[in-house]
Design a protein around this ligand. Structure first.
Ligand code: ZN
Length: 281
């Protein structure tokens, strides 16, 4: 796991075991607020050790930005913390999350120490502010990557934890294309100092607006090319010719995993638009 300090009181932890997924900690005079918890016990324990032993800062809140395993499995190592999420996250953890964990534990013995933790405090809409010590963390719904996604803004530092609303390529297969576009647009002109992506490198102040516009351009290009394939009545297999570069993104980030995400995006959007077109007929 890599650790980076993005502001005086804010640390980012990036996994070296799974898809450069990130977690973050906001250090306050009354304890820490942890945003996401990574997936493997070894790395979650390393975060705990760093905060509680090295910094002597007890973890008071854990925020689950959405129910996906890579963001929530470590939650069980932070007993005593209040776990906060969107209301849909609670439901999805209790259903899909529970089933997914059971399955994962069959194939990955290193996950057997994980227990599912359901959030203690949830919100549905608007903004939920957590005031702790000298810091305020504002949680806002940001659906698209998944229905329950939220982003977390550290107000005093203008550092945004964008979760998977920002990652090397937008990935909406478990959520909705239209919601993703709306959530990206909502991040425009936020005046952020740094933006922590759910996966990959931290985006610095001068790069944030370009990153958002690049992602919107990718989504627009993807849609245009999928619509074109549907208009020409091409089969879904023709989507394999729409390479990631044709939609304006590199194939390199996340050790090439982005190509698989792109391919899944194409197929999900094709199914959605194809079904929509047929329902109009
Ligand atoms: Zn993720």
């Amino acid at each position: 796991m890599q650790r980076e300090r993005v502001a005086d009181d804010i640390y980012v932890f990036s996994s070296e075991l799974y898809a450069q997924v990130t977690a973050g900690a906001v250090i306050t005079s009354e304890g820490a607020i942890l945003i996401d918890t990574l997936i493997f016990p070894e790395e979650a324990r390393a975060i705990k050790h760093f905060l509680e032993t090295r910094l002597d800062c007890p973890i008071r809140y854990v925020i689950n930005t959405h129910y996906h395993a890579d963001h929530t499995y470590g939650t069980c190592f932070f007993k005593g913390a209040q776990v906060v999420s969107h209301a849909r996250c609670y439901e999805l953890l209790d259903t899909r999350g529970r089933a997914g964990l059971e399955q994962a534990q069959h194939s990955a013995p290193e996950l057997r120490g994980i227990t599912l933790v359901l959030p203690h405090l949830v919100f549905d809409s608007g903004v939920l502010s957590i005031h702790l010590g000298n810091k305020t963390v504002e949680l806002t719904p940001s659906p698209g990557h998944s229905p329950d996604s939220i982003v977390a803004l550290v107000k005093e530092d203008r550092v945004l934890f964008a979760a998977d609303t920002l990652m090397p390529i937008p990935y909406f297969v478990d959520g909705s294309y239209d919601d993703f576009v709306a959530s990206l647009k909502a991040l425009r002109n936020g005046g952020y100092e740094n933006v922590v992506q759910g996966h990959g490198e931290v985006v610095l102040r001068g790069e944030v607006e370009t990153k958002i516009e690049d992602d919107l351009a990718y989504l627009a290009s993807l849609r245009q090319q999928v619509e074109h394939a549907i208009e020409r009545e091409l089969p879904a297999t023709a989507l394999d010719d729409i390479h990631i570069e044709r939609c304006g993104k590199s194939r390199i980030p996340l050790n090439g995993l982005v190509q698989e995400l792109h391919r899944t995006n194409l197929h999900a959007l094709y199914s959605e638009l194809f079904a929509r077109r047929n329902s109009y007929r």
